[in-house]
Design a protein around this ligand. Structure first.
Ligand code: TYM
Length: 334
């Protein structure tokens, strides 16, 4: 275990965690536990940047913790907690709001996507959300951040903020510049209905995604209905890459079967997509169904899940307070 390397990552409790979250982030969270000190956060303060019904938010927080545990995150190895239980996140976010630049935030493509055409109506929180994300990471002086490719720009901003803080307050290397850990093969799982859009919780059609709590029948039906291509599976990666939906299905299959894309193409070129789909369904069912069952089992004991969060928050708070003391000092706050 390398004590100097600290992993931090967060997941929003907005319900419906899906295959994109699983392959893009959660699987990586689990394997990193073996090598480094890991801190995994249910980012409830991020979730409320768009309105959440209070009664649903609590359920979604508990469901996200249950998902962390069900995928294999071990609370005796890693710290699991919810963001609002450690007030240092909000405090450091304010300090970083004063370091980060409006011009930097104006470049964030996720704000543009989420705010839609009427930006005036978006919450201020949604706009400064990337500064809170930088605070999450820097509060623990995290060196590594496992995320899907959609978070790359936010991670670059976190690095810029860390660098500017170190320069402004004349404390070289005070904040490490956090490195993103983005999976190589499936850094962006795409929608099953439109291969140019990422798989997402907020997409209206449930057929666009595989949820971690889907039944075997639902998974099978969604894969059967998934868009693919009218021509048979091609031989070369170059031709596959032009077909977004087919490329997505083959990438997911390649990841789950642990075979390279070229090996999959070798085995399957010339065959119809129905052949790939039935193999993919089988693999998804064997990987996802046990996770879904475990989430449901864990959700039956809410007090256990709350206890995991409380214990995690206590541990996180100790690190956060220690770091905040130094941060306040650097800024000149007494
Ligand atoms: P969130 O909650 O949208 O997603 C959680 C994680 O899942 C990844 N992900 C995907 N990966 C591949 N393909 C997809 N279709 C897909 N959809 C989601 C995300 O990249 C993410 O890693 N802002 C973050 C949460 C956050 C955070 C942090 C992350 C807050 N503070 C500090 C890292 C460090 C978010 O909204 O993720």
């Amino acid at each position: 275990m390398n004590e100097k390397k600290i992993v931090f990552s967060g997941v929003q409790p907005t319900g419906n965690l899906h295959l994109g979250n699983y392959l893009g982030a959660l699987k990586n969270f689990v394997s990193l536990q073996k090598e480094m000190k890991c801190i995994y956060c249910v980012v409830d303060l991020h979730a409320i940047t768009t309105f959440q019904k209070p009664s649903e938010l609590e359920n979604n927080v508990l469901e996200t913790v249950a998902t962390f545990l069900a995928t294999g995150i071990n609370p005796s190895k890693s710290i699991i907690f919810n963001q609002s239980a450690v007030s240092g996140h909000a405090e450091l976010a304010w300090i970083l709001n004063c370091v980060s630049r409006i011009g930097w935030l104006n470049r964030m493509t996720q704000f543009k996507d989420k705010a839609g055409s009427d930006k005036e109506k978006a919450s201020v929180g949604l706009y400064i959300y990337p500064n809170l994300m930088a605070a999450d990471i820097l509060l623990y002086k995290a060196s590594h951040v496992p995320v899907g490719a959609d978070q790359k720009q936010h991670l670059e901003l976190s690095r810029d903020i860390a660098q500017k803080f170190n320069n402004d307050f004349n404390c070289k290397d005070f904040f490490p510049l956090p490195e993103p850990l983005i999976p190589k093969n499936v850094s962006r799982v795409m929608s099953l209905r439109d291969g140019t859009k990422k798989m997402s919780k907020s997409e209206e059609s449930d057929y666009s995604r595989i949820n971690l709590k889907d039944s075997a029948e639902e998974i099978d039906k969604k894969i059967k209905k998934a868009k693919s291509d009218s021509e048979p599976i091609p031989e070369s990666l170059k031709s596959l890459e032009k077909k977004h939906e087919a490329f997505n299905l083959i990438s997911i299959y390649s990841e789950l079967s642990k075979k390279s894309i070229s090996k999959v193409l070798n085995e399957m070129s010339g065959k119809e997509y129905s052949f790939l789909k039935s193999k993919l369904s089988e693999l998804l069912i064997s990987e996802i169904i046990p996770v879904g069952k475990e989430i449901k089992r864990l959700l039956a004991d809410r007090s256990h899940l709350k206890q995991v969060l409380q214990k995690g928050a206590q541990k996180a708070n100790i690190i956060a307070e220690e770091n905040l003391k130094n941060i306040r000092e650097k800024v000149g706050l007494i």
